[in-house]
Write a protein that binds this ligand. Structure first.
Ligand SMILES: Nc1ncnc2c1ncn2[C@@H]1O[C@H](COP(=O)(O)OP(=O)(O)OP(=O)(O)O)[C@@H](O)[C@H]1O
Ligand code: SF4
Ligand SMILES: [Mg+2]
Length: 369
């Protein structure tokens, strides 16, 4: 592993072994994180973002299981650690996480300080006074008053609670902090402030960060690299600048087009037709083919490889130099959004919710007209 690489993930697969079948939530994920740099992970709900995060901490809960692959965290093979070893050697100290919805699960009966001190007490042999000082230092770093240490969670606003959770993740000065939807429940002004603070903290503390969100528009400012996920796959990975300017994967293209631009007059926002698939029975070949506007005949049959396109890794047949695939580009395939029935067999629970939401929105729009 190169000296400046703090995390190297290779062909990682994590599945949920449920009574309804094996949910292929994360398949063949490979990427690297450089020291002090950041990755933004984006993709629709249910595409495997949180599963990736839990896998990196070796904290996937049953029925989930890391099936194969490797996670090299600064020389430690994470997939081989027992639960006890993971707690002692890596969590909080080397890699910490702000869990999705974490601010909602702060215990109301204990003060902020009581809850913040937990990881410090577990990992460091220090007095209560010393722990308090460290907590206050990090509360101030996230722009809170140190006196919040003595307050109860119900006395804080949503933004303040989220800052407490972020401060707690920083307490043991880990190499990497994962932030899973850190601002989803907050209004846009608070969201922007917190994202700015995170950017500043990353530079001041020289930590690597992995930001997870379904909202690509908030990643632009804080990510050096982007990892675009679809149905358990990383479909595009590389420089955020390059991907924002010139997305290569058809799914990324559509995600980018769905970001509203306040400088232009838009009558109707673009959205990706169809719905996310059921990961127990994902579509054959390329998992995006029933929704892809560039799908070809080969996409239905063959799983695409990942190709290097101008330094960006893209999992798509469009970039294959294989002659038989090139020939098949000629044969277009009628995608599921043109032929709705073609995608129905793949639709999962999340997909049904999205589909119902879209139908409602269309009904409301029709009534307005
Ligand atoms: N405990 C579980 N048991 C069974 N399936 C699960 C479990 N947790 C997640 N999954 C499934 O794994 C897939 C990936 O879920 P995950 O929570 O990682 O997605 P996500 O991208 O984080 O979604 P969101 O944006 O909604 O947070 C989904 O199909 C989900 O239904
Ligand atoms: S492999 Fe085919 S279906 Fe998949 S994204 Fe590329 S063009 Fe679309
Ligand atoms: Mg999630």
């Amino acid at each position: 592993m190169a000296d400046d690489t703090v995390l190297k993930v290779d062909e990682l697969c994590t599945h949920y072994l449920t009574t309804d079948g094996e949910v292929m939530a994360l398949d063949d994920a490979s990427f690297e994180l450089k020291r002090g740099s950041s990755i933004g992970v984006a993709g629709e709900s249910g595409c495997g973002k949180s599963t990736l995060a839990f896998s990196l901490l070796n904290q996937v809960q049953p029925p989930g299981e890391i099936m194969s692959g490797s996670i090299d965290l600064d020389g430690i093979e994470v997939t081989e650690l027992s639960e006890k070893e993971a707690r002692r050697k890596i969590r909080w100290k080397k890699i910490s996480m702000v869990f999705q919805g974490a601010m909602e699960i702060m215990t109301p009966v204990y003060t902020v300080g009581h809850q913040m001190k937990e990881p410090l007490k577990y990992h460091k042999d220090i007095t209560g006074q010393e722990a308090r000082k460290i907590c206050e230092k990090y509360l101030e770093l996230v722009n809170l008053d140190g006196s919040i240490f003595d307050r109860y969670p119900h006395e804080l606003s949503g933004g303040q609670k989220q800052r407490v959770v972020i401060a707690t993740a920083l307490l043991l000065e880990p190499d990497i902090v994962i932030l899973d939807e850190p601002t989803t429940a907050l209004d846009v002004v608070v969201e922007a402030r917190i994202m700015n603070d995170l950017k500043r903290l990353r530079e001041e503390l020289d930590i690597s960060m992995i930001f997870i969100t379904h909202d690509l528009s908030i990643l632009a400012e804080v990510s050096d690299n982007l990892s675009i996920m679809y149905a358990g796959w990383i479909v595009e990975f590389g420089s955020a600048n390059k991907i924002y300017k010139d997305p290569k994967h058809p799914y990324t293209e559509k995600l980018m087009a769905a970001i509203p631009d306040i400088r232009t007059d838009i009558e109707r926002l673009e959205y990706i037709p169809g719905v996310p698939p059921n990961l127990v029975n994902p579509p054959s070949g390329c998992r995006f083919h029933p929704r892809c506007h560039k799908a070809m005949e080969v996409c239905r049959e063959l799983v695409p490889e990942t190709y290097d396109v101008d330094g960006v890794r893209v999992k798509c047949h469009l970039y294959s130099e294989d002659e038989s695939i090139a020939e098949s580009r000629e044969a277009t395939y009628e995608t599921a959004y043109e032929d709705e029935s073609a995608s129905e067999e793949y639709v999962g629970e999340k997909g049904k919710e999205v589909s119902e939401g879209l139908a409602e929105a269309e009904k409301a729009e029709a009534m307005e007209e």
